[in-house]
Design a protein around this ligand. Sequence first.
Ligand code: GLV
Ligand code: MG
Length: 289
Amino acid sequence: MIEKSRGLDADEVFLDLEDAVAVTAKDDARASVAAALRAGGWSAAIVGVRVNDWSTEWTYRDVVDVVSANLDCVVLPKVETPDHVTALDLLLSQLERAHGLDVGRIGIEAQIESPRGLVNANAIAASSPRLESLVFGPADFMASVNMRGLVVGEQPPGYDGGDAFHHALMTILVAARAHDLQAIDGPYLQIRDVDGFRRQARRTAALGYDGKWVLHPDQIAAGNEIFAPSQEDFDHASDILAAYETSTSDVGGRRGAVMLGDEMIDEASRKMALVVVAKGRAAGMQRSS
Ligand code: GLV
Ligand code: MG
């Protein structure tokens, strides 16, 4: 799996030491991950490791062993309070110094996946300049609130009151945006059901999430497609920006509210369009001719 991950078309690859590793295999996994990181060679822009959470006996050792020049970020699971992030931040600072790396270069991605983590999401989001994203963990979240369902991310059977995850997803998104972090949706475990993955990914992409974990190479293309804007939306957003720039200029009559087709656009439209264009550019898109 580690070999295969080196060539995948994902924005980020992280190697797991937490829940995908059996308790009896933690030491071996840590050694394999540390060796793989030293070798490097990933095509993904960001390479990370998910360490075990602070309630275990493994976190400090995970972090000490995996920090190397090739590590871009640490995924910290089950973050419940800001001091979980602070503890990792301090440890990383020492390790960066010890390895002669720039202090602060390794980022932190915090998983919010428990009631306590969710009620503290805002304080967690403000806890360290190393933080890059808040990540929703649907599996642990479902377990920790006693949600009646065994299919991760799917609506619990018997609940017909809307989206059972809306509150958690929106709380994380708002906390992330309030502190300029990315909001990332967690895994979809039915790895053979790419349509199911697409359904889940579309929901969080529509809310404003920046991306979603993938557990299997088959989910990558779907994730990349869904979290980039459609060509139609990208073109429309580009047109809004162009039209608004013209209308607000001297030659355009310095008008802050104008019609573009059947739609009135103003400064808020420009801000919405900027988001779409930025996401499209990040995905390598260009205005179609
Ligand atoms: C991921 O860690 C999850 O719990 O969903
Ligand atoms: Mg989890």
